[in-house]
Design a protein around this ligand. Structure first.
Ligand code: EPZ
Length: 422
């Protein structure tokens, strides 16, 4: 398995252009199934998760090419709605293929995505939403068979503003008969991007970005060309890395409004942030200040996907900070690895109490999930000495060639791929 080797202690500096958003591109690729013909999507990052989604679409009969950041997807030849279990297990969020497959074929067969390092990843809200639209769902072990001769609009209330469930329901309702209203909907920017994409195909959807989304079903949708928004979590990760290494970095191709909760936290920590259009400048020459209390919550509150990265900054802060994780029950596994680098963190239930230390020390650590892996890279960049991060396939799911991206900002980082012993 590949690993990253980092020589820490060097401030990041320079300019970086932010990649397209993984969590916008994935549902948009799935939604392309709602129209017959060739859809072109620009600004799609080159990531393992994108590869998995394209392989699933090819398995369903589509033709898909991904080069130079553009995906060309021909859904004309899609001939099955059964998603192979092996592919579903590679990426849990493929569960939001259910909505488009059900709308296109009237039936679909998928598999329970299963839990992962960060949590159980339940899908009850997805299934309840599709049932409300008229689907009949049968669960045989971990196989889920879903049928609907005709999807009909409904009023759906989500007991939790699930991102994936909101997306699944939007996609299924786009071709349903009549009006669907989703209340307590997720408000993430990726939901807004999905609405823009679906409406560009001829859908009639309003309200994404608020807690109430209205979808008026249409007869059919038309393929289109669409550009995906920048990845706010990759941007946030770089911003924290700049602050943790006391560097000065300019980020281009961002949407600062998507990062307001992180910008607020970083400024409370004493980091200099200047926003100018789609440019964010991050600078820090002093030790960060502790941030009394940060609680992860659904957008626009502080995002769970930046929790582990900000924790690294707080391990070096002057004082005690409290970071509470309320979205995923298993998303504090990076604490053990950070403690091995000299961090002083105590976990009580889903809250981490972080007492700042003068410095972190390089160590060999293991990525347990995508964002925890990114956090360990930041810790390696800030630490004194050498850090080896193992299991970095987790990181490759969400960051495009992370070592190249960081080397361009002056980081001393390289990837080692063990020679296969044949
Ligand atoms: C999306 O996951 C993102 N993934 C996640 O990003 C992100 O952390 C998450 O939203 C929260 O913002 C993609 O968009 C591909 P949820 P999703 O449904 O849709 C519970 C990353 O690092 N829940 O909002 O799976 C669930 O167990 C990834 O890029 C139910 O109980 O998130 C979890 O505790 C990680 N029943 C909480 O809601 C359901 O039916 C949030 O889940 C669905 C979810």
């Amino acid at each position: 398995m590949d690993k990253l080797v980092i020589e820490g202690g060097k401030p990041l500096s320079g300019t970086i252009v932010i990649q397209g958003a993984k969590n916008a591109a994935l549902p948009i690729l799935a939604a392309s199934l709602l129209a017959d013909g060739t859809t072109t999507i620009d600004h799609v990052p080159d990531l393992l998760d994108i590869d998995v989604m394209l392989n699933i679409l090819r398995e369903l009969g589509c033709r898909a090419e991904h080069s130079g950041g553009t995906v060309v997807l021909d859904t004309e030849t899609a001939h099955t709605s059964h998603v192979p279990e092996s592919l579903m297990r590679q990426m849990r969020s493929s569960i939001f293929l259910m909505g488009p497959l059900l709308a296109r074929f009237g039936e679909t067969q998928v598999y329970q995505p299963g839990g992962c390092a960060i949590g159980e990843r339940k899908i009850d809200l997805h299934l309840e939403g599709l049932k409300a639209l008229g689907a009949e769902i049968e669960e045989l072990g971990n196989r889920i068979i879903c049928r609907a001769d005709k999807l009909r609009g409904a009023d759906i209330h989500l007991t939790f503003p699930s991102v994936g469930a909101t997306e699944n329901i939007m996609m299924a309702a786009a071709l349903a008969e009549g009006r669907t209203t989703i209340t307590n909907a997720a408000r993430e920017p990726e939901i807004q991007d999905l609405q823009r994409f679906l409406n560009a195909m001829g859908a009639k959807i309003m309200g994404a970005g608020t807690d109430t989304i209205t979808i008026d079903g249409v007869q059919s949708l038309t393929p289109c060309r669409y550009k995906v928004i920048p990845d706010r979590i990759v941007a946030g990760t770089i911003m924290v890395a700049a602050a943790a290494t006391r560097g000065h970095v300019t980020l281009q191709n961002t949407q600062p409004a998507h990062l307001s909760s992180l910008i607020h936290v970083l400024r409370r920590a004493g980091v200099q942030i200047v926003v100018d259009g789609d440019i964010i400048k991050v600078g820090s020459a002093t030790r960060p200040k502790a941030v009394e209390r940060i609680v992860t919550s659904p957008y626009p509150a502080f995002p769970t996907d930046l929790q582990s990265q900000v924790m690294v900054l707080l391990t070096l802060a002057d004082g005690v900070s409290v970071l509470k994780e309320t979205i995923f029950e298993g998303r504090l596994k990076h604490v053990d690895e950070l403690s091995r680098m000299g961090a002083d963190i105590r976990v009580d239930m889903n809250a981490a109490f972080i007492r700042g230390v003068p410095r972190l020390y390089g160590a060999t650590v293991e990525a347990t999930d995508l964002r925890a892996g990114a956090a360990l890279v930041i810790a390696g960049l800030a630490a004194q000495g050498k850090t080896v991060v193992e299991q970095i396939h987790h990181i490759d799911r969400g960051y495009e060639k992370i070592e190249t991206m960081l080397s361009r900002l002056g980081a001393r980082i390289s990837r080692y791929s063990p020679v296969p012993n044949n």
